[in-house]
Design a protein around this ligand. Structure first.
Ligand SMILES: O=C(O)/C=C/C(=O)CC(=O)CC(=O)O
Ligand code: CA
Ligand code: MG
Length: 407
């Protein structure tokens, strides 16, 4: 087992087997720069690369992860091996110790410059629940659902890092019984606990990313909260899909866990009960599911534990589908899995499902109840995955507090 000379407990979620990348600042040095989380510290990766004369100092000294992500799989692997060496070989002790900051003393930025943003709809449990709530008289799964990973293009300019306040959106809302829509603050503000995948290696227009090339293009994994205004969404979404009910904000966790840290987390996805077209057929080859255990807390109280391994469509299938028409990928494009919901009520990734459209509010320890989010509420989504030797790979958290509308 690999071990670090730093005093990091073997079971730490940011142990030597993880080494997630982020972008941080400190009060002494407000310039955004790449950090690697190790235990309760952040290592200034660019500073160590320069101090040790690393060939990778240029990509590690950037203000975001994009140059490193653009460099491709071979560089990702050697950079990870190099950072592992810094933390396991005492020869680097002086350079490392000079560039460690306690994690509580850094501020985190968006880890990468976001290109395009796509959100999928890949949990069968979520899709069935939402179908029953939004379209009670129709089949919950649309006829296309098991043939392709359904998605939509979201708004990349409103992707924010964990900790950013979320202003309650305003817009048109119309309940089925209302004669006409009204304008005002969203009354049914919700969350969606999701997992994000960021593209490193870009592609040319007119080319596709087959399932087998997923690991050459996907750089890493992080957590997403796709804030959702259910009243705005329910009125506007027909027939083109989510729009202003989603575009006001999407929060992401600051630490990008490299795919190389997830070698112990791959699992078989659910059985494919409809034969996939060849470009989506993942029934042979490496398993494409990921065994992330997610937790959703509302004002410090756990309301759900969504199991990511239950997702019907995998990240590799989503990337293959996103490019099957020849659409190109840019470094920094990211896509979210879709709301992660398991089969049980306390495994659902959105309040609309947990409370069944508000009919069964959740009870909080302070005696209050919630159908949807109130101003001042804070939502924190966390996750871990299996790591080497029984350890857990931590994803940190994506947190956000709702603040009153300004419109
Ligand atoms: O109309 C519907 O069926 C619902 C769509 C969504 O809520 C879109 C979405 O964000 C999907 C997801 O996160 O799984
Ligand atoms: Ca979503
Ligand atoms: Mg959103």
């Amino acid at each position: 087992m690999t071990s670090t000379w730093l005093a990091v407990p073997a079971d730490h979620p940011f142990g030597i087997g993880n080494l997630p990348y982020g972008v941080h600042t400190t009060t002494e040095d407000p310039a955004p720069r790449i950090g690697v989380a190790i235990g309760d510290h952040v290592l200034d990766a660019g500073a160590v690369a320069q101090a040790t004369g690393s060939d990778h100092a240029p990509v590690l000294s950037a203000a975001d992860l994009n140059p490193l992500m653009a460099a491709g799989r071979a560089v990702w692997t050697t950079v990870r091996a190099e950072i592992t060496a810094w933390l396991t070989d005492t020869a680097y002790r002086r350079e490392v110790e000079a560039n460690l900051t306690p994690r509580q003393d850094v501020a985190m930025r968006l880890p990468f410059a976001v290109g395009d943003y796509v959100d999928f709809y890949a949990s069968e449990n979520h899709a069935r629940n939402i179908g029953r709530i939004f379209r009670p008289d129709a089949e919950p799964l649309t006829p296309n659902w098991k043939h392709l990973p359904i998605g939509y293009h979201g708004r990349s300019g409103t992707v924010v890092v964990s900790g950013t306040d979320i202003v309650r959106p305003s817009g048109q809302r119309k309940a089925p019984a209302d004669a006409a829509p009204t304008y005002g603050p969203c009354l049914r503000l919700d969350i969606e606990a999701e997992v994000g995948f960021v593209v490193g290696t870009p592609t040319q227009m007119g080319t596709q990313v087959p399932l087998s090339a997923f690991r050459d293009h996907a750089f890493g994994v992080f957590l997403v909260n796709d804030w959702s205004a259910r009243d705005i969404q329910a009125w506007e979404y027909v027939p083109l899909g989510p729009f202003l009910g989603k575009s006001f904000a999407t929060s992401v966790s600051p630490w990008v866990v490299p795919l190389d840290a997830l070698a112990h987390a791959w699992v078989e996805p659910p059985a494919r009960d409809v034969e996939p077209l060849p470009y989506l057929d993942d029934r042979a080859g490496e398993p494409g599911g990921l065994d992330l255990a997610i937790e959703v807390a509302l004002n410090g109280h756990t309301v759900s534990r969504p199991p990511f391994r239950t997702m019907y469509w995998t990240a590799a299938q989503q990337l293959a589908h996103m490019t099957v028409n020849g659409a190109s990928l840019r470094t920094g494009d990211f896509y979210a899995s879709g709301t992660v919901s398991g089969p049980e009520v306390d495994q659902r990734g959105a309040l609309i499902e947990i409370t069944w459209n508000g009919r069964e509010p959740v009870k909080l320890p302070d005696g209050s109840t919630r159908a949807f989010l109130e101003d001042g509420d804070e939502v924190v989504v966390t996750a871990t995955a299996p790591g080497p030797d029984g350890t857990r790979i931590g994803f940190g958290e994506v947190a956000g507090r709702v603040v009153p509308t300004r419109g």
